[in-house]
Design a protein around this ligand. Structure first.
Ligand SMILES: [Zn+2]
Length: 303
């Protein structure tokens, strides 16, 4: 039996390792001015991208949930508490998306931490059980409202760079306007009667409302739950009755049940939509890429 891992490290290596850790935890610096970058923490990679678009090289943003991770049922780690404690400002979505974040912020115990809830003040749609549906950002108009809030909040904690944040937000919002127009034009390729969505979890009501789709059911009532046999039968019946051309699963979930449902109903299945997380690969590694990817997948499957 090997005991290598139990043997004490030579003190020289230990000193070297401590040195490395010390270097790593030093706040990053802005390349141009040498000033310290503003440390920002957020929950989702999608929000980290929006924040990064506004902050540019004046900030360093950390998403607690890794790409491909599941935000609804996420279990925060001690590392997350450390990341929040190091941050000057924390952005999260709210509307019951990240039920775990309050505890993480409390555990970080930082008195002067600025906390910004991006969905706050925006009209929220209700999910089935009357709970708010948190997926506002999949409507580009809401994403723009998030960007405005990010711009104002960064400018308030880091007044020296407020003009920088305002400039970048303006440029990015113009790009979001283009994206919004592009989506509306792309959707035109789908015949009106076929603009129907069935997805794995209930992430698309804001998207559907803005871009003219009707929702015909979801596989799981809330993430982390498995559909019962009865729910599956009912959904299959709805798919057939409404002549839904395809069903969609989101990349952060196991698509197995959705694939079975598609086979039983004889409809197409697409298993790589992104909504609550950016992709680890290039297909949806920014909010802009995510929206374009989803729309292309949806248009191809339904047109
Ligand atoms: Zn979700």
């Amino acid at each position: 039996m090997s005991r290598t891992s139990l043997q004490p490290l030579p003190s020289l290596i230990l000193v070297f390792l401590i040195g490395l850790v010390a270097c790593e935890s030093r706040p990053p610096r802005d390349q141009s001015s040498g000033a310290q970058r503003l440390i920002v923490a957020t929950t989702m990679t999608v929000l980290a991208d929006l924040i990064g678009q506004v902050g540019g090289d004046k900030i360093q943003v950390k998403a607690l949930v890794p790409p491909g991770g599941e935000v609804h049922t996420y279990q925060p780690t001690p590392e997350d508490i450390k990341n929040v404690a190091q941050a000057k400002i924390v952005f999260y979505n709210g509307a019951h998306l990240e039920e775990w974040i309050d505890e993480t912020i409390r555990s970080a115990g930082k008195q002067d931490l600025q906390i910004v809830v991006l969905s706050q003040g925006l009209p929220v749609l209700s999910a089935d059980g009357g709970e708010p549906n948190p997926h506002l950002w999949l409507d580009v108009a809401n994403a723009k409202a998030y960007v405005e809030k990010i711009r104002d909040s960064l400018g308030k904690v880091d007044t020296a760079n407020a003009a920088h944040y305002a400039d970048r937000a303006k440029t990015y919002m113009a790009q979001l306007d283009e994206l919004d127009k592009w989506i509306l034009a792309e959707v035109e390729a789908i015949p009106k009667a076929r603009r129907k969505l069935v997805t794995l979890h209930d992430a698309f009501p804001y998207f559907a409302r803005r871009y003219g789709f009707t929702l015909h059911g979801v596989l799981v009532a809330s993430p982390g739950k498995e559909p019962s046999a009865r729910e599956l039968t009912q959904l299959a019946r709805r798919i057939k009755r409404a002549e839904v051309p395809a069903v969609f699963a989101e990349a952060q979930f196991n698509p197995k049940a959705m694939e079975v449902l598609a086979r039983d109903t004889g409809v197409k299945v697409v298993t790589n939509l992104y909504n609550d997380s950016l992709s680890t690969g290039p297909e949806a590694n920014s909010f802009m890429a995510l929206m374009k990817h989803n729309v292309s997948q949806i248009v191809n499957a339904l047109k």
